[in-house]
Design a protein around this ligand. Structure first.
Ligand code: MN
Length: 302
């Protein structure tokens, strides 16, 4: 007997003038799936002439940012000195550890953008490691029941993603140009989330469209995924994280004091050296200011 999946709605907001962003994680009732602790589905959007995405310098701690790009081209710059254009079909993985700052800018104005922006919580013992950045232009791809499966993180069908991760987890993209039906092998000790990025699909027999997602508790060994036409899905999984963490602004921390220190450190030197360093080249937007935690009591979630 496997538990029935739980259905959650993403919170949709409009960023800038016209970019829809659907936030699946964290959800009030479901803050983590494995170590995946943040999932924004951005776009698809066609920017107006002269417009694009420009996110000013901002810091991260205690997590990895994981960008899966579907359409568009985005320039990543960070305080380690990395400058990298990410293109469709690629993953950018930034390990924040003890602290890093970065910017994200559309390479061209007036272009399309469609992406999944994810965070992975770092486990205790790795949460304050040295920051690092990787671009992964080549990921394992294989045909599965009419889908093209791309192994974004972890392993599936015996194929391993090159992305460096610190807890047992998996991320899979399933894309189909027409009708397709795959039986996706699962790890029984993982929990999973399924989200549609394009089109619509049936997952474990449940209809699914963009803006909502399904949660599957551990205990399953296979997941039926089916679509009747062009569709794209994201399947995330992982060992239940098992640690209480705080997620606030751009940080993952264990204690309110750790969180307050990171906010103060950034606001004292926003992109001007110090703990988070400086993103030097070509940023088009001003550094972001960290919000105050005054009067806020963060609730731990595991
Ligand atoms: Mn960021």
């Amino acid at each position: 007997m496997t538990a029935a999946p739980q259905r959650y709605a993403s919170r949709v907001s409009i960023v800038g003038e016209d970019t829809p962003v659907a936030r699946a994680l964290p959800h009030r009732e479901r803050r983590l799936v494995g170590a995946w602790c943040f999932l924004d589905h951005a776009g698809p959007v066609q920017f107006a002439p002269g417009a694009g995405m420009h996110v000013g310098a901002h810091p991260h701690i205690g997590l990895q940012t994981f960008t899966w790009l579907i359409e568009g081209e985005v320039v990543h710059r960070d305080s380690l000195g990395n400058e990298q254009v990410i293109r469709p079909g690629q993953v950018n993985l930034m390990t924040a550890g003890r602290g890093i700052a970065h910017t994200e800018d559309s390479l061209h104005e007036g272009a399309r953008l469609h992406a999944a922006q994810l965070w992975i919580a770092l486990p205790r013992g790795e949460h304050a490691r040295e920051p690092a950045f990787q671009n992964h232009p080549e990921l394992p791809r294989l045909p599965v029941g009419g889908f093209t499966a791309t192994v974004l993180a972890g392993s599936a069908w015996g194929q391993a993603s090159p992305a460096t991760i610190y807890t047992p987890l998996v991320g899979i993209d399933l894309s189909a140009a027409g009708a397709a039906h795959a039986e996706v092998p699962l790890q029984a000790d993982f929990e999973y989330a399924a989200l549609v990025l394009r089109g619509s699909a049936q997952v474990a027999g449940e209809a699914l469209s963009p803006g909502e997602w399904l949660y599957f508790a551990p205990g399953r060994t296979v997941l039926g995924v089916q679509c009747d036409g062009e569709a794209q899905l994201l399947l995330l999984g992982g060992m239940p994280f098992g640690e209480d963490i705080l997620v606030w602004w751009n940080f993952v921390a264990r204690t309110q004091a750790e969180m307050e220190q990171a906010l103060a450190d950034w606001n004292a030197q926003p992109n001007t050296g110090g703990r988070f360093g400086t993103v030097r080249a070509g940023t088009l937007a001003a550094p972001l200011k960290a919000p105050s935690l005054e009067g806020v009591h963060l609730r731990a979630g595991g």
